[in-house]
Design a protein around this ligand. Sequence first.
Ligand code: SAM
Ligand code: SF4
Length: 334
Amino acid sequence: MAATDLVDRFGRVVRDLRISVTDRCNFRCTYCMPAEGLQWLPREEVLSFEEITRLARLLVERYGVDSIRLTGGEPTVRANLTTLVASLATLRTDDGPIDLAMTTNGATLGLIAGDLRDAGLRRVNISLDTLRRDRFEEMTRRDSLTRVLDGIAAAQAAGFDPVKINTVVQRDVNDDEIVELAEFGRDNGLEVRFIEWMPLDASGGWAGDAVVGQDEIVARIAAVHPLEQVAARGAAPADRWRYLDGRGTVGVIPSVTKPFCGDCDRIRLTADGQLRTCLFATDEFDLRAAMRRGETDDQLGERIERAVGTKWAGHRINQVDFVRPSRSMSQIGG
Ligand code: SAM
Ligand code: SF4
């Protein structure tokens, strides 16, 4: 069947699906989760691989979604993840295979990067907020810096290219490492993408003055390594800059200081099968219940179309009427 675009009220077309495969995690990053973890979803509420694949197939084959990113929680703690990757990797739009990617904390990639690549995963983003072992332990509440660095090397050795690094920057926590982290990327053929801290931490500790904005991040790097902006970001969240000496690129995701909602082409599926049209959405659409009631693909499609019809123009961070979503980043799927 020919693909029908999913278009929202503002003319944006959905092309990218973020799938959270679990709400659980083996880290406890302070900007994301409390030390004791969260109330995990009961297993029966989490979508099975068959349910995830059914929804993904519908979105790809009927609605022209051409990019899927697996996330969590930590996606690699879901048992048999390679089985899911292998089945999603078979999905094709009219124009060819989908772009299948994953965001991970990297701690287990040393063991499974090759298997994921063989199963059909195309790209990987690995989170790394510091290169200092003591700070890493403070920020993630795990002494796992070496494992993550090994995971990054394993991803490159397995042939993932590019490997991107996600770095959440917080003032007076790790902002003194911006240049060092950028240099780690330059030296190792990695694109580092600095992310402005968003009010999605479960502990509610976010504060506007802890956000280090895009302009400051870029200025600090450019003062040491001159940069020129790469044109046209399109629907991607990162603005990108090229090092003038030819040593690669660096990105910044300016969700707070320069929101990019006007170009957003994303929807999200939580681990328990709720469709969300925005990270900050306050409404969810229960596709799990609909599937388990026996709804047909046509009925599910109607639900998805209705959900996309409610997508708002953009989030309201820093506005007086901003409302935090009831679920935090790891429960939604970043
Ligand atoms: N556990 C995986 C990881 O850390 O890469 C995947 C899920 S995590 C929620 C996805 C991304 O969101 C990570 O790069 C993480 O650093 C980022 N993140 C988590 N909480 C955030 C927040 N409050 N603001 C901005 N980024 C955040
Ligand atoms: Fe886990 Fe990722 Fe959240 Fe860190 S950012 S606690 S690794 S889900």
